[in-house]
Design a protein around this ligand. Structure first.
Ligand SMILES: C[C@@H]1N[C@@H](C(=O)NCc2ccccc2)[C@H](O)[C@@H]1O
Length: 449
């Protein structure tokens, strides 16, 4: 291995209570909200085809015009208690809020910047009431923070001169000050979600990203910070130059998910997902494929089945309300989670071969395995293949706990569980209790009894 000062400092996953709590939550709500919601992906009668929160970088949007928009930010309908209730109804157990996106606009009255909510018609802190409302609803709060800051005069994408070095040095002090300010103002937050760390100026300063992570942990022990913050001293990101994961979980799964357990290399990980193909901030005209509740439920279950968390993004409107499509989604996903959440919360990889009909999740540390059926087989049977010497002690549909299903043993360690041929409007969940076979009790003897 290559000797590193600023690579991963831990081999393997965190085992402390804060991290176990994060693991068990499994389902989060991302919120991208800021000045970019005002144009909402359109300007001067033209539609921006990029991600709405990047509209400032669009050639049709003059920087001066964008940089005045904060003077119109006045979300008179903003009601964090209502947001929290909708998130709770959806079944989200944690929330990640953009404190400051790449444009540098701060949703809190930072004393280190002028480009903040304090200097808008709204004036009041957005974050405090949000964190409070979500925590009150039993939802943990995490803070998204962009290192890239297009508004700050000292931000540099690359260091090309001594002047750049001095500017970036000032910028790093500013970043540290803002992060400490956020922890001082919102002490109940459980972690940071860093973004905007791909530019050279950051990638080539692995030492600082390492020191910053340690500084934050020492300020607030137990914080959960993903791999995207980190670079090592050779410019390697997420994984250090010895291929060891930095940070507390792999934070690279953005708008994509791993496909097999091999893809996650035994690490904790989190996938973050947009409802349309690529819009995080509010866009007035969603175009392309908009994901359905069932599609997103399947992604959530797939994530849990591969030992990961799934965070679904919402982009509130400038008036402080969620668009109707997003409200509808929260209700529809919530209806399924209300009944079937136990197949997601506190679960992980079941250690079984992925079946054709859907996903297995296992209640962590138990013999309880959930079968989440997304593709009902035309032969009417759910094939369950177990490792040698394991058998199904009991099986039942989650919605009919009193009705024992009769798995048919079709070959050694393989069962068929019949599934009703009908129209399914959402994934079906079956619960199995597995057991180690008693000594000497071969499979076929079992079938005879
Ligand atoms: C969570 C999302 N991350 C921001 C983003 O710029 N993603 C695009 C991107 C992702 C990975 C490397 C470079 C650029 C988006 O604006 C969202 O905030």
């Amino acid at each position: 291995t290559i000797p590193l000062q600023h690579g991963a400092h831990r081999i393997g996953n965190r085992t402390d209570a804060d991290m176990q709590r994060w693991r068990d939550l499994r389902f989060g709500q991302f919120i991208h909200w800021g000045v970019y919601a005002i144009p909402g992906g359109m300007w001067d009668g033209k539609v921006y085809n990029g991600a709405a929160e990047w509209i400032r970088s669009w050639k049709e949007m003059p920087h001066e015009a964008y940089d005045q928009l904060y003077k119109q930010f006045n979300p008179v309908k903003y009601n964090p208690a209502d947001w929290a209730q909708q998130a709770k109804n959806m079944g989200a157990k944690y929330m990640i809020i953009t404190t400051k996106h790449h444009d540098g606009f701060c949703l809190w009255p930072s004393k280190y910047a002028k480009y903040t909510i304090a200097n808008t018609p709204y004036k009041k802190d957005i974050l405090g009431p949000m964190v409070e409302a979500y925590n009150k609803a039993g939802i943990d709060a995490y803070l998204y923070f962009s290192i890239i800051d297009w508004n700050h005069p000292d931000w540099r994408t690359s260091i090309k001169s001594p002047a750049d070095s001095m500017a970036m040095a000032r910028f790093k002090v500013f970043v540290k000050n803002q992060l400490k300010e956020l922890l001082d103002r919102y002490p109940t937050v459980k972690g940071f979600w860093f973004d905007g760390t791909w530019d050279e100026s950051w990638k080539n300063d692995g030492a600082f990203s390492d020191e910053l992570e340690q500084y934050l942990q020492q300020l607030h022990p137990g914080l959960i910070i993903g791999s995207r913050l980190r670079a090592d001293e050779k410019g390697a990101r997420h994984f250090d130059s010895n291929s060891r994961l930095m940070g507390d979980y792999e934070q690279g799964w953005e708008r994509k998910l791993p496909n097999t357990i091999a893809d996650v290399h035994g690490n904790d990980w989190e996938g973050v997902m947009t409802v349309p193909e690529n819009q995080w901030g509010y866009h007035q005209q969603w175009f392309g494929h908009v994901k359905s509740a069932n599609e997103l439920i399947e992604m959530l279950v797939k994530s849990a089945s591969l030992n990961g968390n799934f965070v679904l993004n919402f982009g509130p409107k400038p008036d402080g309300t969620f668009r109707t499509e997003e409200q509808e989604l929260m209700r529809n996903i919530g209806r399924w989670m209300q009944v079937n959440g136990s197949a997601v919360y506190g679960t992980g990889y079941a250690g079984l071969e992925k079946p054709d009909w859907g996903y297995y999740t296992r209640k962590t540390g138990t013999d309880t395995v959930y079968m989440v059926v997304c593709n009902v087989p035309v032969n009417g049977n759910l094939r369950v293949k177990l490792p040698a010497k394991q058998s199904i002690a009991k099986a039942w549909a989650l919605e009919q706990p009193g009705v024992a299903l009769q798995p048919e043993l079709v070959s050694r360690d393989e069962y068929f569980i019949p599934v009703e041929q009908k129209v399914y409007t959402s994934p079906l969940v079956i619960v199995m209790k597995l057991e180690q076979q008693q000594r000497g009790q071969g499979n076929f003897e079992k079938a005879k009894t």
